[in-house]
Every structure is written in C-alpha cells, then in structure tokens.
Design a binder for this molecule. Structure first.
Ligand SMILES: Cc1cc2nc3c(=O)[nH]c(=O)nc-3n(C[C@H](O)[C@H](O)[C@H](O)COP(=O)(O)O)c2cc1C
Length: 226
C-alpha cells in the first residue's frame, strides 16, 4: 500500500467538506495512519484532551437509526449550544451564503421545507460515509481552551485524510445527540461531545463534489503591525 501523501499546500487547498461518500471502507491500518497524524496536534500544556470514538459497520448503523429516531421525536441533547441566530453581521451573511451555495448545487429551493429537512437529515446518515469519528473532551473551566485543542486535532485529522486521498466533514450537528451517542458507544458522562467527523472516500459523481466555499481575502482577517 502506498503511503505517499500530498504536499502541505496541496492538502490544505484540496481539503473540503465532502457531503457525499462512497460506501468503500478504509482499512483499519489506513484509519490508524490518520489517527497517528492527528495525535501530533498541539494542545494547551500538552494535555492532549481528545477522546475519540470511531464507529463503522453495525455500530454506525445503530447510531444513524437512533439519531433519525431522535429527530422524529424532536429530541436533542447537545452538550454545547449552537444557534444560527447567534451569528450577526458578516458572520451571519457568510453562513447564509454557504447554505445558499450548497442547496443551489442540490437544486433545492429555500421554500421546499420538506426537501431541505431531508437534506439536513443526511448529516445523521453521515452523508453515506463508512466511518464517523466522535470527538469527546473532558470539561475544564469554561471549556473554551479545551474546545480549541479539539479543533486543532480535528484540523490535523481532516488534513491527514485529504493528504492520504480520503475526505471528511466536521459536523456540529452530530453533537446534537450527545446522550444517545454516549449511550450507544458506552462513553462516560464525564466526556462531552463537541462534534463528529464523517469520513471515507468522497463520491466524485455527487452533485456537491465540486462545490467549494469561498474565503475572504487575508487582509479582511488580518492586520499586520510593524
Ligand atoms: C466545527 C465545524 C462544524 C461543522 N458542522 C457542520 C455540520 O454539522 N453540517 C455540515 O453540513 N457542515 C458542517 N461544517 C462544515 C462547514 O460548513 C464548512 O467547513 C464551511 O462551509 C467551509 O467549507 P469547506 O470545509 O468545504 O472549506 C462544520 C465545520 C466545522 C469547522
């Protein structure tokens, strides 16, 4: 098996959030290579607070069924809040724009609530991915620092997937069913679920495969001081 990986700039620019996967699974060795890369992520005081559970096969199917059931009964148990209404100004506009681009690629109109809900539910079907990683964390103080460590881990994980020819998508929505995920995966209540990452091989024939989200220019995010 080839272990050649993409160069850094290629991996960074080729990474995208895939929302359609082939059913083809990765081997355990391939998954372990990605995990070994991600383990090199930095963290506050080297606490390495990531506690990761990866579900595939029947366990993944059980999670999918349970989360879809929760949706039917409007049950959500997030460990952390998330509300689009909290975004404002440019941040709100960018969130609207990314949704517009995605739904337009799928040919789903704003008014078609039923179809939009169906598309939303694809999150809990892991977009067809053969694997899903759940990123749990211990709780320290207000949790901001530890959550940033998990973000560091997630980005290394995602870049490693891309560099090795796979794809992934981080999903806040998977954290909406924290109690269910803890129960099925037998995770202690001391760990909080920040988000999940569905991963596998991107489906090159999916309508959204070539969709890329724009970035604002560097100078809109950064001020250089001399
Ligand atoms: C922490 C985090 C959580 C996210 N949660 C979701 C999610 O629940 N569902 C989804 O479809 N996309 C989710 N995304 C993907 C973002 O929409 C995506 O990263 C953004 O639009 C930029 O696109 P790109 O990743 O393709 O460059 C999430 C991204 C991050 C970083």
């Amino acid at each position: 098996m080839s272990t050649r990986t993409l160069a850094f700039d290629e991996a960074v620019r080729n990474r995208f959030s895939s929302r359609a996967f082939l059913p083809t699974p990765l081997t355990e060795e391939q998954i372990r290579q990605v995990l070994t890369d991600a383990q090199h992520s930095p963290s506050n005081c080297n606490t390495q607070p990531w506690h990761v559970h990866i579900a595939s096969g029947k366990t993944k199917d059980t999670l999918e069924q349970a989360m879809i059931r929760n949706d039917q009964t409007d049950l959500v148990t997030p460990d952390f809040t998330f509300n689009y209404a909290d975004f404002y100004g440019d941040y709100f506009d960018r969130s609207q724009e990314q949704a517009r681009i995605y739904y337009e690629a799928l040919g789903v109109s704003r008014e078609d609530k039923a179809k939009r809900h169906e598309v939303y539910l694809r999150n809990f079907r892991f977009f067809g991915a053969p694997h899903v990683a759940f990123l749990f964390m211990p709780s320290f103080g207000d949790n901001v620092r530890v959550a940033s460590d998990i973000g560091m881990y997630a980005q290394t994980f995602l870049l490693s997937l891309t560099a090795r020819g796979y794809a992934g998508i981080p999903q806040t929505l998977l954290g909406f069913h924290a109690d269910t995920v803890r129960k099925i995966l037998n995770v202690s209540g001391q760990y909080r679920l920040l988000f999940g990452i569905s991963f596998g091989y991107a489906d090159p024939n999916a309508l959204t495969h070539h969709v890329r989200m724009e970035r604002i220019p560097v100078d809109e995010s950064v001020i250089l001081h001399n």
